[in-house]
Design a binder for this molecule. Structure first.
Ligand code: PLP
Ligand code: COI
Length: 340
């Protein structure tokens, strides 16, 4: 189980639970045995999907200590998601403390094999029994944990991506920038289409012009140009990835110019055809960084150059994971110790 954990299949012995009510605010923080959450069938999360979550990893370093990566950024993102979903905000310090609590009690679950981690899944749900459509007055926050290896079965092997032209993930003014279950529910059918076409993730375009690249079902997209410039989509309907932000920071540290702007599908196609785009990769907490080999769609195939061992993609991936696993210095103070 710890030697080959896969992703999201096994869960540790405990979970964190914190209650919120509109009268009392946050209260009753506890670490309890992992197990079913008993809810009334009328709990509003079941009906109106008032729910948000985060994804964070705990990494075991060579000396046995356990660390996490930029948890304050995840805590702030959970607050932004909460604001959009009309859920109560949890203080960032309490968020970070909740990660420490679960890791301390379940630390023997943090694997030590290369490239493994303990994936932490904080989430918040509307637990009030009420069928009226309004923000719930009773909410629960939980953290569960699951030992994790590679998200894709091929590890860092380049993946193929399916372009969804029928479905959007998020609309203008919608919840695309929040980490909320409904965005993932919207991605499941196109994700099935992706599997049917032999692809491991689905790519969404913007829902207004269906012209600009947004993101994958669960990862951001980044392009590397021949002159070393790095380009990534900017949009108010995508999730601002912390992995992407970190990778771009590391690239800037190396002197690369980073452009956060709209990127059209045509720019991708033409850039690969002319040789101006030399690498394309996807990134996120679960899958870290994976090269994109091909974008497929109805009558479309954009085959990216192969990301070799000397590629910027794999070198930035190595730099990021070296920091996360304590194998090189942490110049931006991104690591927080969880077990002490
Ligand atoms: N986009 C989506 C839709 C995601 O689910 C994720 C994963 O969390 C990301 C992007 C990448 O975000 P992060 O790097 O913070 O994990
Ligand atoms: C993560 O990378 O943490 C995510 O939430 C992606 C997820 C869909 C597994």
């Amino acid at each position: 189980m710890l030697a080959d954990p896969g992703f999201g299949k096994y869960f540790t012995d405990h979970m964190v639970s914190i209650e919120w009510t509109s009268d009392e605010g946050w209260h009753d923080a506890s670490v309890v045995p992992y197990g079913p959450i008993v809810l009334d069938p009328a709990a509003s999360v079941f009906h109106y999907a008032q729910e948000i979550f985060e994804g964070v990893k705990a990494y075991r370093h060579a000396d046995g200590s356990i660390w996490t990566f930029r948890p304050d950024a995840n805590g702030r993102r959970l607050q932004r998601s909460a604001a959009r979903l009309a859920l109560p905000e949890l203080a960032v310090d309490d968020f970070v403390e909740s990660l420490k609590q679960i890791v301390r009690v379940d630390q023997h679950w943090v694997p030590s094999a290369p490239e493994t981690s303990l994936y932490l899944r904080p989430f918040m749900i509307a637990t009030e029994s009420f069928l009226g459509v309004r923000a719930a007055h009773r909410v629960g926050y939980f953290v569960i944990a699951s030992p994790a290896g590679a998200y894709f079965t091929g590890g860092v092997e380049p993946v193929s991506i399916w372009l969804s032209t029928t479905y959007s993930r998020a609309g203008k003014g919608g919840t695309g920038a929040a980490k909320t279950g409904g965005n993932y529910a919207a991605s499941l059918l196109p994700q099935e289409e992706a599997y049917q076409h032999g692809c491991s993730q689905v790519l969404f375009l913007d829902s207004v012009d269906t012209t600009y690249i947004e993101e994958l079902g669960g990862m951001n997209v980044v392009f590397v140009k021949k002159d070393g410039t790095i380009v990534t989509p900017e949009s108010d309907s995508i999730l601002e990835g912390i992995t992407r932000d970190s990778i771009l920071q590391l690239a800037e540290d190396r002197g690369h110019t980073v452009e956060r702007r709209r990127v059209s599908l045509d720019e991708w196609r033409d850039g690969v055809a002319s040789g101006d785009i030399v690498e394309v990769f996807a990134c996120g907490t679960a899958a870290v960084v994976v090269p994109i080999a091909e974008l497929k769609g109805d009558g479309l195939s954009i085959v990216s150059p192969v990301a070799g061992p000397d590629s910027l993609t794999l070198s930035l991936r190595a730099e990021l994971t070296d920091i996360q696993y304590g194998r090189r210095p942490d110049p931006h103070n991104w690591l927080t110790r969880l077990d002490a």
